[in-house]
Design a protein around this ligand. Structure first.
Ligand SMILES: *[C@@H]1O[C@H](CO)[C@@H](O)[C@H](O)[C@H]1NC(C)=O
Ligand SMILES: *[C@@H]1O[C@H](CO)[C@@H](O)[C@H](O)[C@H]1NC(C)=O
Ligand SMILES: *[C@@H]1O[C@H](CO)[C@@H](O)[C@H](O)[C@H]1NC(C)=O
Ligand SMILES: *[C@@H]1O[C@H](CO)[C@@H](O)[C@H](O)[C@H]1NC(C)=O
Ligand SMILES: *[C@@H]1O[C@H](CO)[C@@H](O)[C@H](O)[C@H]1NC(C)=O
Ligand SMILES: *[C@@H]1O[C@H](CO)[C@@H](O)[C@H](O)[C@H]1NC(C)=O
Ligand SMILES: *[C@@H]1O[C@H](CO)[C@@H](O)[C@H](O)[C@H]1NC(C)=O
Ligand SMILES: *[C@@H]1O[C@H](CO)[C@@H](O)[C@H](O)[C@H]1NC(C)=O
Ligand SMILES: *[C@@H]1O[C@H](CO)[C@@H](O)[C@H](O)[C@H]1NC(C)=O
Ligand SMILES: *[C@@H]1O[C@H](CO)[C@@H](O)[C@H](O)[C@H]1NC(C)=O
Ligand SMILES: *[C@@H]1O[C@H](CO)[C@@H](O)[C@H](O)[C@H]1NC(C)=O
Ligand SMILES: *[C@@H]1O[C@H](CO)[C@@H](O)[C@H](O)[C@H]1NC(C)=O
Length: 662
């Protein structure tokens, strides 16, 4: 793997902010109340305390995540219950329930065990290429299910850095506030996918785990910059990067990477997922950045969900760790740093592969109650967005004031503006059942068609503007969880079925073809593929299939549809430990994107993983696998009455931004 000198240079650009400590300085750990036993000869651990992007782009990072609400007992129970309904290694997941989409969606996904087991039986009898597809058999070949580190950033040993941070006082000195530039300007942090991502991941995956720490697994971490502080103050605007080190049960340093941390930075009016970088050797860093308009009190939470790529395994529930390792109170204070103003998204903004956005809150109505139709109309429908975080009517989002923005901000569409954009168009969806919910939500909430209670997994329909019959849009949606629309857990492998491929091709061989495709791989892929390598091959096949379809359109002299890759959700609550856990789905998103990009298919990306992440710690906004279930005043998955659907409704607006931007 070629050394990415360029990607590393940002780290050292302001090298004063980088901390180095040698092992003999273990006193520092002792001071922090931790005993570190043993040593790694000649090893040098370096960690970044703080760094700020100056002119270089960040590259290749592995964002990870958060989750404060875990109750270990409960989790174990869920797992027990889960394994009780696991049949011969095939996971019994809530996706099975979707096949009958006409039911109210508020049911507990695991309610009807009988039905579930039947589905599984049917599933496991599928014969593949002459051999039974028994996932359990494959699982025993465990070494093939290891997953690769997602970051290629390895700190160079010949770089010298100085110890520029004092940890002994209660308030953390903020070095990054020494800004370079007379105007005090700083930049938003922005990650990028590394080139040749799949190959690089595969080669790291195949690399043997080195001595002397083979097999050692993380149970704890030390964060020298944050641990032991009663009060942590950081300047808003600046980005603050804190290195941390993984320790095993004996408090020895773990020297391989691949741990999956869920991170959460939450304040009254801000929720985001701080970026975690994996240096591949047991050291990591977390990067915090909050806009000065949102200075105030925050909680920073770190959860270790999986160790050493175990989330990517075929049966990840056997390996889930899911322990909250830290919860820090942090105060962000205004420090004069100015971040560039976020602008409304334009077409070119959708070129960005990885988003690092945040949900901000502009208003709230504390007394807001669920209505009888299951909706939360907390703000007046015309309650305006506040620039620059969104434009249009915030009240329409029914989020009690929350809105998502990323490197650019989004328009919230009125029915008129949405119809003006969609009229005479043909939009084609291909992916998992979250599309089914998003389409229904777009029709019900945005396009003024509340009478449509659901759309099926497969359909091809015209919809007209109830206020202006001359405006209509054709929407086609084909579920890719299975080639048989009533079945599940095939994902990209559904393309192995000739009838299914033919069905898809048919829509691109008419006189006119869709102008836009919105696709993802989806949760079913998380269940189907036995290893990361197998998935990458499946994704490669899917890319070649769509390339062939697009080439045939081009050959016929027609305009080639633009393709938006909409990343798969971060699964929520109990589903965080399952076959489609966030660790796996994130890597799968990257690989699919990498394959489709290289086939020249991607016109834009919509990072729904980043959008859903801040809400994935519990099931308030999802049933675990769907964020857009129809509103209903009924008992929800988490035992409360009603659920929040605004995360998916936000996605519907983001899709419209992508479809309508110039
Ligand atoms: C954790 O969950 C178990 C089982 O649901 C419950 O009995 C216990 O009270 C919970 N603990 C906390 C701290 O919520
Ligand atoms: C597990 O199943 C038992 C009995 O079937 C039930 O009482 C318990 O609530 C379940 N736990 C969870 C977390 O679903
Ligand atoms: C599960 O495995 C057992 C024994 O390994 C076998 O008897 C049973 O038929 C299997 N069930 C299914 C549904 O494959
Ligand atoms: C569960 O599903 C089975 C098979 O579809 C059905 O016969 C049964 O009535 C269902 N039970 C409930 C409680 O819905
Ligand atoms: C499983 O297959 C049998 C016949 O093979 C069918 O009768 C049954 O309805 C199927 N069950 C489900 C849940 O699809
Ligand atoms: C079946 O297996 C053969 C040989 O292993 C392989 O060439 C072929 O692509 C496979 N077909 C499918 C549909 O997986
Ligand atoms: C998997 O393990 C087997 C035996 O344990 C070994 O022969 C094989 O080389 C391993 N494969 C990989 C990819 O590490
Ligand atoms: C790095 O620091 C060490 C002392 O800690 C010094 O001996 C060495 O020359 C420095 N290297 C560089 C490249 O500055
Ligand atoms: C500020 O940036 C310039 C050019 O990027 C560099 O030459 C200079 O050393 C920097 N100053 C500080 C204090 O880092
Ligand atoms: C990507 O891979 C191709 C072929 O394997 C190679 O030619 C190219 O240099 C690689 N690019 C990077 C940036 O690693
Ligand atoms: C931080 O967490 C605590 C305990 O969960 C909570 O009471 C407090 O409101 C949180 N603070 C913020 C700013 O969200
Ligand atoms: C899809 O699956 C259902 C239930 O398993 C079955 O009845 C139906 O025939 C299948 N359809 C096709 C086209 O294979």
């Amino acid at each position: 793997m070629p050394e990415k000198a360029d990607s590393q240079s940002w780290i050292f650009h302001r090298s004063n902010f980088v901390l180095q400590w040698r092992l003999h300085v273990l006193a520092a750990f002792v001071f922090l109340g931790l005993v570190v036993i043993g040593s790694i000869d000649g090893g040098t651990i370096r960690s970044i305390v703080e760094s700020r992007r100056s002119t270089k782009q960040y590259s290749t990072m592995k964002p990870h995540t958060q989750h404060p609400l875990t109750n270990i007992t409960q989790r174990q129970e869920t797992l027990r219950n889960f394994s009780a309904i696991t049949k011969n290694g095939t996971t019994n997941t809530p996706l099975a329930q979707e096949s009958n989409d006409k039911k109210p969606h508020t049911q507990h996904p695991l309610t009807n065990l009988t039905q579930r087991q039947e589905t599984l039986q049917n599933f496991s009898t599928i014969i593949k290429n002459g051999t039974t597809n028994n996932p359990l058999a494959q699982e025993s070949n465990d070494n093939d299910t290891r997953v690769p580190p997602s970051s290629n950033i390895v700190l160079k040993n010949d770089e010298n850095v100085s110890f520029a941070q004092k940890y002994s006082d209660g308030v953390l000195e903020n070095l990054a506030s020494r800004r370079n530039g007379s105007d005090g300007s700083v930049k938003w942090v922005s990650p990028e996918l590394e080139p040749n991502l799949t190959e690089n991941l595969l080669s790291r995956w195949l690399a043997p785990e080195g001595e002397p720490c083979r097999g050692s697994r993380t149970v704890e971490i030390v964060i020298p910059g944050l641990d032991g502080k009663d009060l942590i103050e950081l300047t808003a605007g600046d980005s603050h990067e804190f290195g941390f080190q993984a320790l095993d049960e004996s408090k020895n340093l773990v020297c391989s990477g691949g741990d999956y941390f869920e991170t959460d930075l939450s304040g009254e009016a801000w929720k985001s997922r701080p970026l975690v970088r994996d240096f591949g050797n047991g050291s990591y860093s977390i990067l915090l950045q909050v806009h000065p308009d949102f200075s105030g009190d925050y909680n920073l939470t770190l959860i270790l969900l999986y160790r050493h790529f175990q989330g990517l395994k075929f049966s990840p529930w056997r390996f889930v760790f899911d322990k909250q390792l830290r919860k820090f109170r942090i105060k962000f204070v205004k420090g004069g740093a100015q971040l560039p103003k976020i602008e409304t998204c334009e077409k070119s903004d959708f070129n960005r592969d990885l988003w690092l956005g945040r949900w901000t809150r502009q208003a709230k109505n504390d007394g807001c109650q669920i209505s009888n139709d299951g909706r939360y109309r907390c703000l007046a429908p015309d309650f305006p967005c506040q620039s620059p975080w969104c434009s249009g009517s915030l009240g329409l989002l029914e989020s009690n004031g929350w809105v998502y923005s990323s490197h650019c901000s989004f328009r919230l569409f009125s029915a008129d503006s949405a119809w003006n954009c969609l009229k005479n168009r043909w939009i084609f969806f291909w992916g998992d059942s979250n599309h089914v919910d998003t389409i229904r939500n777009m029709l019900n909430f945005v396009l003024d068609l509340p009478q449509i209670p659901s759309v099926p997994r497969r359909f091809d329909m015209n919809f007209s503007n109830p206020k202006d019959a001359s405006q209509s849009v054709r929407i086609t949606s084909i579920f890719n969880g299975h080639w048989n629309e009533t079945m599940n857990y095939e994902g990209f492998n559904s393309l192995m079925d000739e009838g299914f491929r033919h069905l898809l091709k048919k829509y691109f061989s008419e006189e006119t073809v869709p102008d836009t495709i919105i696709m993802n791989s989806g949760l079913h892929d998380g269940v189907h593929w036995h290893s990361f390598r197998a998935y990458s091959e499946g994704a490669g096949y899917a890319a070649s299939f769509w390339k062939e379809v697009m080439d045939s359109v081009k050959q016929r002299g027609l305009a080639v549809p633009q393709i938006f890759y909409r990343t798969t959700i971060a699964t929520g609550g109990y589903a965080r430990s399952l076959a489609f856990n966030p660790n796996k789905m994130e890597v799968f998103n990257w690989v699919a994107l990498d394959k489709f990009r290289r086939a020249g298919l991607v016109s834009g990306v919509i990072d729904n993983f980043d959008m859903t992440f801040p809400w994935h710690f519990d099931n308030r906004c999802s049933d675990g696998v769907h964020y857009g279930r129809a509103p209903a005043k009924m008992k929800w998955r988490d035992g409360e009455i009603g659920h929040q659907y605004f995360v998916d409704l936000m996605l519907a607006h983001v899709l419209l931004n992508a479809l309508c931007s110039r």
